[in-house]
Design a protein around this ligand. Structure first.
Ligand code: SF4
Ligand code: FES
Length: 248
């Protein structure tokens, strides 16, 4: 396949960026999108030019690192896949593809397509955990019966990989889908109930402090989420927040 890539190039966080056009050939339909980017970078290095910076790690749809806005969609045109799991057979020979970073005030660009998503880490640190007493008297979690329906919903919420596509897609740059998945995975389980009040209050406070926008129920986040995280989680987080607010 021969393609024309229009890629966002930005030298650092404070530099102004621009779209740069690169023709590319020798792209196999069986390559992943990131492998195609590797080919581009090999060509740039051979010409003595700066390769395009982009985040990636597992390349298996697990880590949430790959974050590209491809032809106006987070993780590109396929559904329920990350950029690393997107394959070039989704495009046609001769296509022009635009590639931008995930854009949001809370995700400043570091370089080219790499953005700083440490705001998500700080939200997690504010409450996305359960504290376990490891004194030796800890109850075996497997000995606590959990309704299958709740266990399945908790597992679904726990599949969020923290990629940030929901933020990049949302017109308000809201992080509600991400935060609600992290709140929900504990809210549905008995282990999460002990710290539930502090968790939702602290995570929502941190989310607001990081500069993410509010949810206005557009639903674009659910459509673009590579893990199919449901909007139902946002409704659950809002209920958790209300209950926590009343408790004070
Ligand atoms: S909710 Fe979906 S889109 Fe948002 S961070 Fe989690 S996996 Fe990514
Ligand atoms: S590189 Fe890990 S999810 Fe894409």
């Amino acid at each position: 396949m021969k393609l024309t890539l229009k890629v966002w190039r930005q030298a650092n966080a404070t530099a102004s960026g621009k779209m740069v056009t690169y023709p590319i050939d020798e792209v196999s339909p069986d390559m992943s999108f990131l492998e195609m980017m590797d080919v581009l970078n090999e060509q740039l290095i051979q010409k003595g030019e700066d390769p395009v910076a982009f985040d990636h790690d597992c390349r298996e749809g697990i880590c949430g690192m790959c974050s590209m806005f491809i032809n106006g969609e987070a993780h590109g045109p396929d559904r329920l896949v990350t950029t690393c799991q997107l394959h070039m057979r989704k495009f046609k020979d001769g296509d022009t593809i635009t590639i931008e970073p995930f854009r949001a005030k809370a995700f400043p660009v570091i370089k080219d397509l790499a953005v700083d998503r440490s705001a998500f880490d700080r939200i997690q640190q504010a409450g996305g955990f359960v504290s376990i007493n490891t004194s030796g008297n800890t109850q075996d979690a497997n000995a606590i019966p959990i309704d299958k329906h709740d266990a399945d919903k908790a597992f679904d919420a726990a599949t969020c990989i923290g990629c940030g596509a929901c933020v990049a897609t949302c017109k308000n740059a809201s992080a509600m889908l991400f935060v609600s998945a992290k709140v929900s995975q504990y809210a549905l389980l008995p282990q999460g109930k002990v710290e539930a009040t502090d968790r939702v209050m602290n995570m929502v406070t941190q989310m607001d402090e990081e500069g993410f926008g509010n949810c206005t129920n557009t639903g674009a986040c659910e459509v673009e989420c590579p893990k199919g995280i449901s909007l139902e989680n946002i409704a659950r987080m809002n209920r958790e927040y209300l209950t926590a607010s009343v408790k004070g």
